[in-house]
Design a protein around this ligand. Structure first.
Ligand code: NAD
Ligand code: ZN
Ligand code: ZN
Length: 342
């Protein structure tokens, strides 16, 4: 089968033939229809410092996908050939304290699909049945392909109650924009999103934020005044991974404010801990999705009318992966989809 493979320990990806995956008794074989390109895939393609320590070559990359089940192992009961499915990209150990307690998203030995084991940028992918989400309500294929990052957005956005609250989101990448749509849908009063890219702020405006603010020109304080806030934001969602964004967020929260942090900073950085203490701010780190409570929430949010269509900005046949990756790496796009069905 065709697959996008990190073949050599150097920048690049290679479209090549690899053997079809085989499945064990608890696994599911999936024919991949569409995949989403993620920042992680860009890191692996660029072969930066993180990728060099996280990846062993050769590796089939990719973790965001939708596909159709073609075969199930003998122990798999409630997934059938023909089911439309997406995959949870974190494979957990099943035996640590958190796994045993049913808190699989807190597993201490998570392996990433397309990072620690062969991934989904291929004609077929095999996964444990426990990592498969069956789409039981109709869903757009492009949106189904990005359930993994949509799950990051939902997990982060629904970490704290949002009804009637004023929400600050730093970073209008695809995940920040999806989180803004979720926060609005979930009943926040104001949703302000920040970025330094005008193209991305323009995308964010399409999902209906109160204010999309370019922090290269305007401060968050000025944004607060524009919205008529008097005491700061109630909830913060950090989705840029930038130290200055985290610092500005801490400085603009109300007393007792709550911050959920998804953004991954490249390096350690200082923040004003006295401010966090005296403003009595709660900070929660978010990694991945809750299995499978977040997935349930995603499906029913879409069923209830949440519209993520503006987030999808490009779709390419997999043969044109170089163009697609350049689009995704431009810093101006939303989610870029590879189509594996042709
Ligand atoms: N914790 C997890 O499980 C998890 C999973 C996926 C992604 N992530 C991280 O979440 C973040 C968001 O993911 P994404 O795919 O949307 O990333 P992205 O890189 O596409 O988006 C980040 C955005 O932040 C903007 N930005 C840069 N400086 C800023 C500033 N000072 N203030 C506000 N915005 C600024 C960038 O212009 C960009 O649009 C990334 O840091 C990513 O590494 C974490
Ligand atoms: Zn991803
Ligand atoms: Zn575990």
């Amino acid at each position: 089968m065709k697959a996008l493979v990190k073949q050599k320990a150097e920048p690049g990806l290679w479209l090549t033939d690899v053997p079809e995956p085989t499945i064990g008794p608890g696994d599911v074989l999936i024919k991949v229809l569409r995949t989403g390109i993620c920042g992680t895939d860009l890191h692996i393609r660029a072969w930066d410092g993180w990728a060099q320590q996280a990846v062993r070559t050769p590796l089939t990359v990719g973790h965001e996908f939708v596909g159709e089940v073609v075969e199930t192992g003998r122990d798999v009961a409630d997934i059938k050939p023909g089911d439309l499915v997406s995959g949870e990209g974190h494979l957990v150990c099943g035996s640590c304290r958190n796994c045993q307690a049913g808190r699989r998203h807190l597993c201490r030995a998570t392996v990433g699909l397309g990072v620690g084991r062969d991934g989904a940028f291929a004609e077929y992918v095999a996964l444990p049945a426990t990592n498969v989400w069956v789409h039981r309500v109709p869903v757009d294929l492009d949106i189904a392909a990005v359930f993994d990052p949509f799950g990051n957005a939902v997990h982060t956005a629904l970490s704290f109650p949002l009804v009637g609250e004023d929400v600050l989101i730093t970073g209008a990448g695809p995940i920040g924009i999806m989180a803004a749509a979720v926060a609005r849908h979930a009943g926040a009063r104001h949703v302000m999103i920040t970025d330094v890219s005008e193209q991305r702020l323009e995308l964010a405006r399409k999902v209906g934020v109160s204010l999309a603010l370019n922090v290269a020109h305007t401060s968050i304080e000025a944004g607060q005044r524009e919205l008529g806030l008097r005491e700061g934001f109630d909830v913060g969602l950090e989705m840029s991974g930038r130290p200055e964004a985290m610092r500005d967020m801490i400085g603009n929260m109300t007393h007792g404010g709550r911050i959920a942090v998804l953004g991954l900073a490249a390096e350690e950085f200082p923040v004003d801990w006295s401010r966090i203490v005296t403003s009595m701010i709660t900070i929660k780190g978010i990694y991945g999705r809750e299995m499978f409570e977040t997935w349930y929430a995603m499906s029913v949010l879409l069923e209830g009318g949440l519209d993520l269509a503006p987030v999808i900005t490009g779709r390419y046949p997999y043969q044109e992966f170089e163009t697609a990756f350049a689009d995704a790496a431009s810093g101006q796009s939303g989610k870029v989809i590879l189509d594996w069905s042709a």
